[in-house]
Design a protein around this ligand. Structure first.
Ligand SMILES: [Zn+2]
Ligand SMILES: [Zn+2]
Length: 768
């Protein structure tokens, strides 16, 4: 056992105990205090530790503790998830070593929720706790420990009788008037003295020091002027009323708010939240990280005085400051990305997930939770409504709603009855410009000219960043790949680099082929940088702005760019996903989808769904003002159902077709899907382990009785990533519980293999 470095209580290490210590301890007491501890390990088990007398008073569930663990009893940090007395059994428990937090970091309801996540997504409870509590909260960032003083209670009665110097009396009087300890600086100021009298009182034993934490950052979210509610149309009114009924009845219900783009979903959320706030309760609004634009934040803070916005750019200190404010109940509405679902609101009244179809709600590393499912569970535990909003819901949510498990609310028309824009599918297979490698076809060019002539603004959408996604050798026909990944390098002209979009490997643009050394590589395909150059060449008089994660690196550049577009300083805005979401500009009269096929050919069961969502979302960016608008979608698959349905704004038609197609292949949402990925540096070893796991899975009773289907192993779509080979096994089951049980039967039998890793992703969304 390592040498104790933190003096907390009077603890012995096990080696220091007298040999008969355990036996006379047993004879002494029949009961023992036991803490259940979840460690940051991929294990669902919790471990029991005896709580020494010295720590009994200070320990409660939700605090971090240090415990000896494993061979050699190395100290590990874990979370105390339960503590209480037990009958002493013959099995001797190890002793808990120390308690790291003064106060619990999370409460009972959050302990329940995190336990549920561990069980649902097949990972360790301690892993979940470690991930959901922000680092800044654990470290208490932005606060510092200061010395404060309080009166020693035993002496208070006596103090009236003793004669003390005037300054010391003043100090006593100030402390008697205060309702708790006071910091030294505060005490000096209020008593009008230096530290001398305080030290004298301390030496006499009348005062005692206590350590306090104080926040170093200013309180957030100053109230600003609150804007009035908008008038609702009939559909919006019905939606708000249905949600409010659930709020008033204290009932868990999940509502799927299916509203076309521009139908005023946000206004529905806000009016329902206003009711929650009027009840003295609070709300969480989850939005995709990409939608955390100043526009969204402004709308919420203009309506509610105390809004906390949790985005990924917060410092640890800011995050900790917000966390404390939220826990104190001062914040009415928390707006944030995925992890805001764990915000510690004391009286949660409602949860909203806007754009619920966004894949960013699923976490891509352990714990691989989906915020929608966590929200559902949290809402259930708290008996409150959950509202999912989208113009293009996931088929998972859609099926639950149409089958009556959840409640469907529709907003079929746009506000002020503005029509949805006409969408034209442009077949690019015979376009002369596209054939020569251009991004803009003849029809789209004409439409752009017309739009600019009429004074309208244009949005061009292309979901590929960089200049060209493929560097190709004419001599040997090979592409230039990342040395560590099975991914071609993308040429970025502005950054003067060829970059791997999977691992950020970067080299100067190669002049010769890596395989045959022939000079003169061809740049194939079109990224946003290349599109920008083409647009500038075609429309030299127009003002053009490109928005993607390369051009928007600086903090605040996103807001500046959108402001410029809003004020008409920019005529053509082009970019990636960043411009597909939530932007609402009335003067946009043309939207061009430069290549609708980019997401269509992915070997992923959700490829069609993603394509539909993308086209429908981008199309929603126009026709919002009095000038109307139209959408051109360039594709070489003009008959693809996802594209045809999207061009007709026909979500229900698409959903029906796609649900049928998924039924045939036993895919979600008809089944639950999990993916086991094994990775390692040596291909043969990695495959061998994957095969071993697959054999074990296939031997379980669940697979034998066909309750669970196990496929693979097969190479992952990106076979090699960051230098590691990757193989996957797919598990499908009608009942998720069968799938979980099969894995829980196999996982404990797998012994660690050097350099090899495996993980399971339940409800996998990312199939790369
Ligand atoms: Zn070559
Ligand atoms: Zn790479």
């Amino acid at each position: 056992m390592p040498k104790p470095n933190r003096a907390k209580g009077s603890l012995f290490s096990e080696e220091e105990l007298p040999p008969n210590f355990a036996s006379w301890e047993v004879a002494d007491r029949a009961e023992v205090w036991v803490a259940e501890v979840a460690l940051n390990l991929p294990l669902t088990t919790v471990y029991s530790y005896e709580v020494p007398d010295s720590l009994r008073e200070v320990l409660s569930a939700g605090q971090r503790v240090e415990v000896p663990f494993g061979r050699g009893d190395k100290l590990q940090t874990g979370y105390c998830v339960a503590v209480g007395s037990q009958q002493r059994s013959s099995k001797r428990l190890k002793s808990l070593y120390s308690v790291l937090d003064r106060e619990p970091l999370i409460d009972d309801s959050m302990l329940k929720l995190t336990r549920w996540i561990a069980d649902r997504y097949l990972c360790g409870w301690g892993q979940v706790l470690e991930s959901v509590i922000p680092a800044g909260v654990k470290r208490k960032s932005g606060t510092r420990e200061v010395l404060a003083y309080e009166l020693v209670p035993e002496w208070v009665a006596l103090l009236a009788k003793v004669k003390l110097p005037a300054k010391q009396q003043a100090v006593i009087a100030v402390l008697q008037g205060a309702n708790g300890p006071l910091r030294v600086d505060e005490l000096c100021e209020r008593a009008g003295c230096g530290t001398g009298p305080i030290n004298s009182l301390k030496e006499k034993g009348y005062l005692r020091p206590v350590k306090q934490r104080t926040s170093a950052i200013a309180p957030v979210a100053a109230p600003i002027e609150v804007s009035p509610l908008f008038a609702l149309n009939a559909d919006q009114k019905l939606a708000v009323e249905a949600i409010i009924r659930a709020v008033q009845a204290n009932l868990y219900t999940t509502f799927l708010l299916h509203g076309v783009t521009g139908s005023g979903k946000t206004e529905v959320y806000m009016q329902a939240i206003a009711e929650v706030v009027a009840f003295g309760r609070q709300a969480i609004v989850l939005v995709p990280e990409i939608s955390l634009t100043p526009q969204t934040i402004r709308r919420f803070s203009a309506r509610f005085p105390n809004v906390a916005v949790l985005h990924s750019h917060l410092t640890d200190a800011e995050r900790h400051g917000y966390w404390q404010e939220i826990a104190s109940g001062e914040v009415q509405v928390v707006v944030g990305a995925r992890s805001a679902i764990f915000a510690p609101l004391p009286h949660l009244g409602m949860i909203v997930i806007d754009e619920e179809h966004e894949t960013s709600f699923k976490q891509d590393n352990t714990p691989r939770y989906h915020a929608r499912e966590v929200a559902r569970q949290r809402a259930m535990l708290a008996n409150i409504p959950l509202v999912l909003g989208s113009a293009t819901p996931t088929l998972e949510s859609w099926q639950r709603a149409v089958s009556g498990v959840d409640q469907l609310i529709s907003l079929p028309s746009r506000v002020e009855d503005r029509p949805l824009p006409p969408v034209v599918i442009v077949d690019t297979r015979d376009d002369p410009y596209i054939k020569q490698g251009a991004g803009l076809g003849r029809q789209l060019l004409n439409a752009m000219q017309q739009s600019l002539k009429a004074g309208g603004q244009i949005i061009l959408f292309l979901n590929v960043r960089g200049f060209a996604p493929v560097l190709w050798c004419r001599s040997c026909g090979k592409g230039t790949k990342c040395p560590d990944c099975d991914v071609t390098l993308t040429l970025h002209k502005e950054l003067k680099a060829a970059i791997c979009h999977s691992c950020d490997y970067s080299i100067p643009p190669p002049q010769v082929c890596r395989h045959c050394s022939a000079p003169g590589l061809s740049f194939l395909g079109i990224g946003t940088e290349r599109l920008e150059a083409e647009v500038r060449a075609r429309f030299p008089a127009a003002t053009v702005l490109r928005m993607d994660s390369d051009s928007m690196r600086k903090r605040g550049s996103h807001a500046t760019a959108l402001d410029a577009f809003r004020h008409g300083e920019v005529q053509i805005l082009l970019g990636t996903q960043m411009i597909a979401k939530g932007l609402d500009f009335p003067n946009v009269t043309l939207v061009g989808v430069v290549d609708a096929d980019t997401s269509l050919h992915q070997p992923d069961v959700r490829a069609a769904e993603r394509t539909f969502q993308l086209v429908a979302q981008v199309a929603g960016r126009t026709g919002r003002g009095s000038k109307g608008g139209r959408v051109l979608v360039q594709t070489s698959n003009p008959d693809q159902p996802a594209i045809v349905h999207a061009s007709r704004h026909d979500y229900i038609g698409f959903a029906n077709d796609e649900l049928n197609a998924r039924l045939v292949v036993n895919a979600p949402p008809h089944t639950s899907l999990a993916r086991v990925v094994v990775r390692g540096p040596i291909e043969g070893d990695t495959l061998a382990l994957a095969e071993q796991i697959a054999v074990k899975l296939k031997a379980t009773s669940y697979c034998q009785t066909k309750q669970v289907h196990c496929q693979g192993p097969s190479p992952c779509m990106v076979t090699r990533l960051k230098g590691l080979f990757r193989f996957q096994i797919q598990l499908n089951a009608v009942e998720l519980s069968h799938l979980q049980a099969a894995w829980l039967e196999v996982a404990p039998t797998l012994s660690p293999v050097a350099n090899l890793e495996w993980m399971i992703d339940v409800d996998a969304m990312n199939m790369r």
